[in-house]
Design a protein around this ligand. Structure first.
Ligand SMILES: [Zn+2]
Length: 219
């Protein structure tokens, strides 16, 4: 028993130090910035960063549906998606770029509206299954340079053809490099790409979140 007592005592001391230290850190953090939401709460991205550019296509009729399906342009996402995209944007900003948004969280009713206009699963996710956009974990994005000019990605947003796919390589080296840059950083920050759409990224941990129909207010 004596043989074990000393290592055990050391272990307890170590654990106590680690535990006390982490509690102090957490406690300081909480007192300065109290948590008001959990990771899966829907939040407005604008409340967490001013460093994004927006062109919310479905809040206008400038989209493949030729219909405005949002009452107003807002980018809501689950908090964990916001945290990941803010980190990705920081990495892009260090290189002189910023993320520009085309679409974020999409309430299920909006998905139904889109499905009614185009009932083709190649173009619109079937609302009976729901998409990661309906789960608050998907973003449709591109990159802009320091002048706000979009990087050339080879096709427009929501171009439905093989040219929009990551595997399509009959493009200029510049376009391929732009797509690869977007993909590299997004993957590093916790997102998965979608083979057929260079602009679409899913937060890896969003698959298990529920489809939502929560809506935001338009002032
Ligand atoms: Zn998308």
């Amino acid at each position: 028993m004596t043989f074990h007592a000393k290592p055990l005592l050391l272990l307890c001391t170590f654990l106590c130090v680690v535990s006390c230290k982490s509690q102090t850190v957490v406690s300081n953090k909480f007192s300065e910035n109290p948590p008001i939401v959990n990771d899966t709460t829907f939040v407005n991205l604008k409340d967490y960063s001013k460093d994004f550019v927006y062109d919310m296509k479905y809040a206008t009729s400038d989209n493949f549906l030729k219909a405005k399906v949002y009452d107003c342009a807002e980018c809501f996402l689950r908090l964990k998606t916001v945290k990941a995209i803010v980190e990705a944007n920081k990495a892009f900003m260090e290189m002189g770029y910023k993320i520009k948004f085309f679409d974020c969280y999409r309430p299920l009713d909006v998905q139904k509206k889109m499905w009614k206009i185009v009932s083709n699963p190649s173009y619109v996710a079937d609302p009976s299954k729901g998409s990661i956009h309906n789960r608050g974990g998907a973003v449709d994005i591109t990159l802009v340079d320091s002048n706000g000019k979009e990087l050339d990605m080879g096709t427009t947003f929501d171009f439905f053809g093989i040219e929009a796919g990551h595997d399509y390589l009959n493009l200029s080296p510049e376009i391929i490099a732009n797509r690869q840059l977007l993909k590299k950083i997004m993957m590093e920050k916790g997102f998965n790409s979608l083979d057929s759409e260079w602009w679409h990224y899913n937060l890896k941990s969003a698959l298990n979140d529920k489809v939502s129909n929560a809506k935001w207010n338009c002032d």
